[in-house]
Write a protein that binds this ligand. Structure first.
Ligand SMILES: Cc1ncc(C[n+]2csc(CCOP(=O)(O)OP(=O)(O)O)c2C)c(N)n1
Length: 332
């Protein structure tokens, strides 16, 4: 782990590092609160937590500019927060309130914020990949220098859409950054039980896409790999693929008894917790102490209290709006 210097961080490495730590803490505490609110019946439907994978959303998002686009999966609260979607809008969306980022119509799996070019939130495994390729095609045809970053789990590689999307992106040299979050399990199916080739990035290389595997528990490694990859994509060299190796500490969703993996395995990965690793590294660099960490935790706790208050006081969409956004007419 080492802090690399870029134009953006030169001279303020400590500030930048603390901002990374704060964002990871925000995602972790936000998710813990969401789990609590789900158990209390405040959040309903599905809820997939990102705990353990925070270094990916936070590290990768550093490389993206406001004009770039982001497409994610149903495990997307972390990406939405890291992209700058206000925590109150995300929490309200999970409550199904009209002040949510998708007007309460999407819920946990369908966060959307067009202003920030955050294009979802997809419940369908691999469903975001063709959307990302289409966004990149539009940007390329309209000569906008934007990159589309597409996050997805390793479960997506078993879908035809994954292969079709990689093929077209490579063939048409589209500005897409594929970010595969390999947490080793697709629901209860271990990667090694479902794929003959478990080095996912090799699959991308077969489509002539430059690809590499990265330690997804190391926020600085994710940040620097993404910065290199984005620079190449932005130059017009076509897509790039990063396989980010990670682990989800929590169950697949809130209704998963986790019978497919051992407690020892989970404990082993918890030993490489991205927040603890970064905390320890910053202390060795003299950039963090207990007081600073407490300040960050307090700020994050305040943000989350505010987000919950926004969700609590938000209203539901009126019934008169039921047909809003419905196109076409129903035959009578
Ligand atoms: C096309 C499709 N098939 C099956 C499902 C059911 N399903 C929901 S999540 C999931 C596992 C996906 O795992 P992965 O892509 O590795 O992402 P992770 O949940 O690990 O983040 C499956 C099979 C779905 N949502 N869409």
């Amino acid at each position: 782990m080492s802090i690399h210097k870029t134009a953006a961080t030169a001279g303020n490495e400590r500030e930048h590092a603390l901002a990374l730590l704060r964002q990871m803490l925000l995602i972790r505490r936000f998710e813990e609160k969401a789990a609590e609110l789900y158990s209390a019946g405040k959040i309903r439907g599905f809820l997939h937590l990102y705990i353990g994978e925070e270094a990916i959303a936070v590290g990768a998002m550093q490389a993206l500019a406001v004009e770039d686009a982001v497409v994610a999966t149903y495990r997307e609260h972390g990406q939405a927060l890291a992209r700058g979607v206000p925590a109150g809008k995300i929490m309200s969306e999970m409550y199904g309130k009209a002040n949510g980022c998708s007007r309460g119509r999407g819920g946990s799996m369908h966060m959307f914020d067009a202003g920030r070019r955050f294009y979802g939130g997809y419940a369908i495994v691999a469903g975001g990949l063709p959307v990302a390729v289409g966004l990149a095609l539009a940007d390329k045809m309209q000569e906008r220098p934007a990159v589309t970053a597409c996050f997805f789990g390793e479960g997506a590689v078993a879908e035809g859409e994954f292969h079709e999307s990689l093929n077209l992106a490579a063939l048409w040299r589209l500005p897409v950054l594929f970010l595969c979050e390999n947490n080793l399990y697709a629901m209860g199916t271990a990667l090694a039980r479902s794929e003959s080739q478990t080095d996912i990035h090799l699959k991308a290389q077969n489509y002539n896409i430059p690809a590499e595997a990265v330690d997804g528990m190391d926020v600085l490694a994710v940040e620097s790999a993404t910065q290199r990859a984005v620079a190449q994509v932005r130059r017009g060299d076509g897509p790039y693929f990063l396989e980010l190796r990670t682990y989800r500490y929590r169950a697949h969703s809130m209704s998963d008894p986790e019978l497919y993996r051992s407690k020892e395995e989970v404990a082993q990965w918890r030993g490489r917790d991205p927040i603890s690793l970064f905390d320890a590294y910053l202390r060795t660099q003299g950039m963090l102490d207990d007081a600073e960490l407490q300040t960050l935790e307090t700020g994050v706790a305040n943000d989350i209290d505010w987000a919950v208050a926004e969700a609590e006081k938000g209203g539901c969409e009126p019934v008169s709006d039921l047909a809003r956004d419905v196109y076409g007419s129903v035959a009578t």
